[in-house]
Design a binder for this molecule. Sequence first.
Ligand code: 13P
Length: 256
Amino acid sequence: MILRKKLIAGNWKMNKTGAEALALVQEIATAIGKQPDVEVVICPPFTALASVAPVLDGTLLKLGAQNMHPEAGGAFTGEISAPMLRSFFATHVILGHSERRAYFGETDTFINQKVLSALKNQLRPILCVGETLAERESGSTLKVVQTQTEKGLEGVSKEQAASLIVAYEPVWAIGTGKVATTEQAQEVHAFIRDLLTKLFGEAIAQKVRILYGGSMKPANAPELLAQKDIDGGLIGGAALEARSFIELVKAAAAAK
Ligand code: 13P
């Protein structure tokens, strides 16, 4: 019997001003603020954390950021640290998103430093891993996912590992409307679970939520969320509109 609670996280990427974020979060909170069966995390841009945080207070919705710097403070112009995120009551942080890897040159080593820093500061990392189309076509999907997972989690203790979240996001499925088939997704999710078992033992690996991300929409979510190792979704486009995001939370509640 698997007791993992499904998790739906909205990654808003570089969208929504503070005022727009407030309006969207109010709509979401009204509809699903007390939904106990699914964990829901909203990850707006840094600039909207302050306006959104008070609305989430008193609801079951949690606040996440999309990135952070591993150092707690210092001369890192333009960066945001874990303690700063905590000061806005953020509980989660997306790390190693493929857009950060591709456009900002983030390496597994740098992402690993962020993971360790997040854990040290009581933030739950949502570590993103996933292959490009070329990597899938050349048959190296599992190898890429293995490297990103193992290197991203280097030095994480068993105790810390219990609060990890991993997101499998095939790069070719992000923002393209091309969703992975349930078989493709489940295969990689089960592979990640095996890796976690090797790293942290069976009991912890069974607790870690592994989310799917990449063109997840209300229409394809039920089938994906019914898979044994798919514990939720990391949602981009469909998280920018209250109706579709709420539908996704409902799909996760129905799949539990
Ligand atoms: P889309 O849902 O827009 O494909 O984005 C997925 C994603 O990158 C979430 O982090």
